[in-house]
Write a protein that binds this ligand. Structure first.
Ligand code: NAD
Length: 400
């Protein structure tokens, strides 16, 4: 029997789980599996605020794919530039891959909402390299303060958007700046860490009491919150927040995401860049294409799109493995249902807030502990007990 080619694009939360699950079924299903990823490692996007804020080293938020994937999966390092679903081909920068079945888990890109100068003059927090750049850039501003003649805005660090990403980053920077500033002879009172949010509260849509509590914690860490005022323009020298113009050389954009632009560019029907799929996680445009995680938009029973989170991507990856097994053996696929296990946001290394099992508010030490549980559970799903032990020992496999 001819072996069918399954190509998985993206080794994020959904892609890795799909590759691992399919690998166990490779012989039974007579499939050859290829996993394409930009890097030879999986990056923990949910932890990027930590290296950005000087807390974790890069190697603590990435795992080499060779340690996660076995020999049944061929790894191809490359950047997807386009998908040609009519011809069943994926175009990388320097090669073409043909597929019979395609799984897309290419994640998301920052959404700039057409705000003038924002894309050109801000730093997104969407990858490990972007996180490292933020850290280096902040240190560079601190260093320049003592050497440059023009000091305008060098010490005004602005975070745009106080969703979960913005809050987690603000918490991290709020704790790190007092530690790093003295190393560069910069008095702390000269530094402003501003977080601007268009909505009237931080983490809009989240539990009101916890949003308030989070705002208090951030303010206690020296974060200047500007709520109910949108960022309207960014230049190399200033940021326009509502009616106020603030000199700044460093705007970090955490104001929202859209689906990876490859989807839109390849002709898939999308909503804010996220491809439309049916309840079985199948593209509405092509039956042999499945799209999971941030790259697609899954509508719940009320017709609302599920948010782009790692938790959902992982559950979709697990579900997709079962569905692909059914699809490839001619059985009816099942609809995906999301089980909400809750959400926990860290506010710096020593504080956190969260809502678990649908209704329980947690904060302080319990929330910090819960955040760790979420992380180790993730390591367990990805690499079993050995990876958990290595994580606990601070000795995750290193990327060569
Ligand atoms: P988001 O879309 O959730 O938040 C972006 C925020 O930016 C919003 O509050 C929005 O009002 C604000 N904003 C938009 N335009 C603005 C402007 N011009 N000026 C000022 N503010 C503006 O994006 P995110 O925080 O990156 O989160 C993306 C997804 O990932 C969400 O679903 C989130 O829940 C999830 N996430 C979860 C965690 C966690 O569980 N700990 C952490 C990070 C992200």
């Amino acid at each position: 029997q001819d072996r069918k080619r399954v190509v998985i694009l993206g080794a994020g939360y959904g892609g890795v789980i799909t590759a691992q699950g399919l690998s166990k079924l490779a012989n039974k299903l007579h499939i050859d599996i290829t996993l394409v990823n930009k890097h030879n490692y999986h990056q923990m996007v949910t932890k990027l605020h930590e290296p950005a804020g000087g807390h974790l080293d890069g190697d603590e938020v990435r795992i080499p794919l060779s340690k996660l994937i076995d020999d049944n999966v061929k790894l191809v390092k490359g950047v997807v530039s386009r998908i040609n679903p009519e011809e069943q081909k994926v175009l990388l920068e320097d090669q073409e891959l043909a597929y019979d079945y395609l799984v897309i888990g290419l994640g998301s890109d920052p959404e700039y909402f057409g705000i003038p100068g924002l894309k050109e003059n801000s730093y997104p927090l969407r990858s490990l390299n972007a996180a490292r750049l933020i850290k280096v850039q902040i240190e560079s501003c601190l260093a320049k303060y003592k050497t440059d003649e023009c000091k305008d805005g060098l010490l005004n660090f602005v975070i745009g958007g106080a969703g979960f990403t913005g809050v987690e980053l603000a918490g991290e920077l709020g704790e790190w700046l007092p530690k790093v500033a003295p190393k560069y002879d910069v008095p702390l009172d000269k530094i402003r860490l501003i977080c601007a949010e268009a909505a009237p509260t931080v983490m809009p849509g989240f539990d009101e009491e916890l949003s308030k509590k989070t705002a208090e914690i951030l303010q206690n860490k020296g974060v200047e919150l500007k709520l109910g005022v949108p960022i309207k323009e960014v230049t190399a020298d200033y940021v326009q927040i509502g009616e106020e113009q603030i000199p700044s050389k460093m705007v970090i954009w955490t104001g929202g995401v859209r689906g990876n632009t490859v989807l839109e560019d390849s002709g898939f029907s999308t909503q804010r860049g996220r491809a439309n799929i049916n309840e079985k996680l199948q593209s509405i445009n092509y039956d042999n294409v499945f799209i999971i995680g941030d790259s697609s938009i899954f509508l719940d029973e009320n017709g609302r799109g599920l948010p782009p989170t790692a938790q959902i991507a992982m559950q979709q990856g697990e579900h997709l493995v079962k569905n692909l097994e059914k699809y490839l053996t001619g059985k009816e696929m099942d609809a995906f249902t999301f089980v909400n296990r809750g959400v926990v946001a860290s506010i710096g290394p020593s504080d956190a807030v969260g809502m678990v099992f649908g209704k329980y508010r947690i904060e302080g030490k319990i929330a910090v502990w819960m955040k760790k549980v979420v992380h180790y559970r993730y390591l367990y799903i990805f690499g079993g007990l050995p990876l958990v032990v290595r994580g606990l020992m601070g000795n995750l496999p290193k990327v060569n």
